[in-house]
Design a protein around this ligand. Structure first.
Ligand code: G
Ligand code: G
Ligand code: MN
Ligand code: NA
Length: 254
């Protein structure tokens, strides 16, 4: 298939880039970023991840892509160490289920991080609920090994998929990301507010931090804060941007 050939070439030719979206605390201070993959295709233009990640998963190409994402994000972390504005930032990287299921996933991540020189503590890996349906012992062992190495785990799109509370209890997540679907209709549908409050309380009792995604308006931010959520990500604070556009925002916020 044409797209498959294109993806192989894209890696070799450096057509992928990472954009970074700010994650902020209650004062609006940038505490970290999420890395989001972008493909600048020579003829198709910007290809959004939803248009090629499913195919990349199917064909196994997500493995070299995922390695590239991790190498690029950790190189970025290492480049940020030199400046006081950026040295404390974390980067959250999305890990696909196919990637996580590779038998050598743990070794591969450790080796990429070590080679980069980046502090593992500055890296966060986002998993979706899809892997929680796998063999719990295997999932737990892999997550635990990388946690011991210093990497934090965040549960992406929480509340939309297969999430059992026992997996939340047994797996070493450090953070839950409240899915943007709950945030979008937060003010229009009071049930979403109830769900958000419940997620925040659950996170607190399990000792997890929580961040809300897809925050677009000040009213949503205020409602989330009222529900006890104090970390935010969304267009209100910044869209995913190339690294060069992120740095001025940092100086402005400092
Ligand atoms: O940035 P946003 O547009 O459109 O991302 C769309 C989807 O693609 C999201 O579900 C996001 O998690 C996923 N995605 C973005 N970057 C990466 C990546 O580097 N790896 C994986 N596996 N998924 C990614
Ligand atoms: O699935 P995941 O959470 O990894 O991907 C996040 C997706 O949400 C990306 O596609 C990103 O571009 C998008 N996104 C981030 N902030 C907002 C926002 O405030 N509103 C909307 N509609 N999408 C957002
Ligand atoms: Mn994500
Ligand atoms: Na998400």
């Amino acid at each position: 298939r044409a797209l498959e050939v294109d993806i192989r070439r894209a890696i070799a030719r450096g057509e992928f880039e990472l954009h970074y979206q700010p994650q902020v605390d209650r004062r609006g201070r940038i505490i970290g970023v999420e890395a989001l993959l972008r493909w600048q295709h020579p003829t198709r233009g910007m290809v959004p991840p939803n248009a090629f990640i499913p195919l990349a998963e199917e064909t196994g190409l997500i493995i070299p892509i995922g390695d590239w994402v991790l190498r690029t994000a950790t190189a970025q972390l290492q480049a940020w160490v030199g400046s006081p504005e950026t040295r404390d930032l974390t980067i959250a990287v999305n890990v696909s289920a196919t990637q996580f299921r590779q038998p050598d996933f743990v070794e591969q991540v450790r080796s990429i991080v070590s080679l980069s020189g980046a502090r593992p503590q500055a890296l966060k890996l986002e998993l979706t609920e899809s892997v929680l349906a796998d063999d719990m012992d295997v999932v737990q062992a892999k997550m635990q090994a990388l946690k011991a190495f210093g990497i934090a785990w965040s549960l992406d799109d929480f509340g939309t998929g297969y999430s059992s509370l026992s997996s939340l209890k047994n797996l070493p997540f450090q953070q839950i990301k409240i899915d943007q679907s709950f945030v979008r209709d937060l003010l229009a549908d009071h049930r979403n507010m109830a769900i958000v409050e419940t997620i925040v309380r659950l996170s607190d009792s399990l000792g997890l931090s929580v961040i809300a995604e897809g925050v677009e308006t000040e009213a949503q931010r205020a409602a989330l804060e009222k529900a006890g959520c104090i970390n935010f990500q969304g267009y209100l604070f910044g869209r995913p941007v190339p690294v060069g556009e992120l740095l001025p925002k940092l100086s402005a916020a400092a």
